[in-house]
Design a protein around this ligand. Sequence first.
Ligand SMILES: Cc1cc2nc3c(=O)[nH]c(=O)nc-3n(C[C@H](O)[C@H](O)[C@H](O)COP(=O)(O)O)c2cc1C
Length: 142
Amino acid sequence: MDLVRLIYTSTITEQFDIEDIARILKVARLNNKTLNVTGLLSFNRQFFLQCLEGTRQNVNQIYHKIATDPRHKRPEIIAYQAISKREFDSWNMGYLQNTESLRELFYQHTRSINFDPYKMNEESAKSLLLDIRDEIKRAEAQ
Ligand SMILES: Cc1cc2nc3c(=O)[nH]c(=O)nc-3n(C[C@H](O)[C@H](O)[C@H](O)COP(=O)(O)O)c2cc1C
């Protein structure tokens, strides 16, 4: 099975409401489960950074739906690569609340209080998402 990992970033639009996070997660978890896609969504009030893993066909199908969603704009793919195993296989769509621990991770990874995921490359985005993954696991274990 050809597995891929896609990481993209995007910017919220005026149409986005904070309540949309819950709506997005609900639909994402349902659809992604059907397509056996796993991943992580992070959000910092201005930007999204999301990772999707699954078969190439299914990841592409979901990404094309996401990319035209009016609740965000400027979707930019940071990484798209074939993988031999998933790194984000614990959730159909994991999410870390925008809390101090998330802000701390953004800061650690960019050394700036003005987190700008458009400046990230494949390596830095993946390493940030892996740390977010571990933070969610820590929070879930508590
Ligand atoms: C930042 C963001 C992330 C999203 N992530 C997903 C996702 O992982 N999976 C998904 O199916 N929809 C996701 N969506 C929602 C899709 O854009 C779209 O609304 C949804 O897939 C439509 O589902 P439906 O065709 O079942 O109505 C996301 C939307 C946004 C704005």
